[in-house]
Design a protein around this ligand. Structure first.
Ligand code: PBG
Ligand code: ZN
Length: 340
């Protein structure tokens, strides 16, 4: 005979207090994730130089290289074979080719437009995104066109950015992603796409919540876009500005964006969570930026963390906060690490 008393929990234990049976196996631990990291959510940054044969390692971005058009197809081919679905292009040009308005940003013979065409031809299914900004192409290194006093000329900037985006879309880009943070550029880019009959073919993914701060250093070394005077604080958001970020997210939706980016990622998980709520009907992309990548590599090199484990932990953090897409320099690693 079994006694009821044997079925009472031991003193001090309630029936809901035992959780560990729910995750004591590797598989049941994986079942705890509302969503899994998958290859199709990764977007890989490619730095395209105007030196056609270039293939240079980058000092502060371990394992990343700057490529010329003659070297890129072979490299991307290897990644596509491992399951790469999307890239985002950045252009790098010589200082002497830069001017006040960033004329070279959409030069038909420039590295970005040449790369769009080349990748389109060689990888018809690859999703080709283009970062839209002027800082890689302006003599002053700022993200827009400037007034006499060195501050942003908003109107001229958004018109110029709209033109650049349209020219990327015309060349075959699947997506244009403005990272400049000039007020009103999403609207001008969308209008440009509509007027040129491109709006149905090109996704507009706005860097809506982009913060200024110390995490873009390795990127700026790579593309040579340090501003020659001042900084980007008048257009990129202040670190504490979660409220401003919410306003910018709403504004960009009003202006016709199709998806949004939060950047940087790890230090801004609250903003990512806000974005997932405010933009709940939109793809939410987290940009794990150059400084975040470089820091994890540096920590791994020092023996402070295990690189693969910390990459998974940080990227699962982004998913948990609400990201559905991730721009990451770890993309080639994840293509090796993930099964699908
Ligand atoms: C261009 C741009 C930047 C990044 C993406 N697009 C640099 C900046 O705004 O200074 C940063 C990406 C990274 O650090 O990985 N505006
Ligand atoms: Zn810029």
């Amino acid at each position: 005979m079994v006694h009821r008393a044997e079925y009472l929990p031991p003193t001090g234990t309630s029936i809901g207090s035992i959780l560990q049976g729910g995750y004591n196996h590797q598989l049941s631990r994986e079942w705890q994730n509302p969503r899994q990291l998958t290859k199709n959510m990764f977007i890989f940054p490619l730095f395209m130089s105007d030196i056609d044969d270039e293939e240079t390692e980058m000092v502060h971005l371990p394992k990343m290289k700057r490529f010329g058009v003659n070297k890129i197809v072979k490299y991307v081919d290897g990644l596509v074979k491992k399951g790469l679905r999307a890239v985002i292009l950045f252009g790098v040009i010589k200082d002497e080719d830069k001017d006040e308005v960033g004329t070279k940003a959409d030069d038909p013979e420039g590295p970005v437009i040449k790369t769009i065409k080349l990748l389109r031809e060689n990888f018809p299914d690859l999703f080709i995104m283009c970062d839209v900004c002027l800082c890689e192409y302006t003599s002053h290194g700022h993200c827009g066109v400037l007034l006499e006093d060195g501050s942003l000329n908003r109107e001229q900037s958004t018109l110029r950015l709209g033109k650049v985006a349209v020219n990327y879309a015309k060349a075959g880009a699947n997506c244009v992603a403005p990272s400049d943070m000039v007020d009103g550029r999403v609207k001008d880019i969308k209008l440009g796409l509509i007027n040129e009959n491109l709006a149905h073919k090109c996704l507009l993914m706005s860097y809506s919540a982009k913060f200024s701060g110390g995490l873009y250093g390795p990127f700026r070394d790579t593309v040579g876009s340090q501003p020659s005077h001042g900084d980007r604080r008048s257009y990129q958001l202040p670190t504490g500005g979660a409220g401003l970020a919410r306003r910018a997210l709403k504004r960009d939706i009003e202006e016709g964006t199709d998806a949004i980016i939060v950047k940087p990622s790890t230090f801004y998980l609250d903003v990512l969570k806000d974005a997932a709520e405010i933009c709940k009907d939109y793809p939410i992309c987290a940009y794990h930026v150059s400084g975040e990548y470089a820091m994890l590599h540096a920590a791994a090199e020092k023996g402070v963390v295990d690189l693969k484990a910390i990459a998974f932990e940080s990227h699962y953090g982004l998913l948990r906060a609400g990201a559905t897409l991730i721009i990451s320099y770890f993309t080639p690693d994840f293509l090796d690490w993930l099964d699908q």
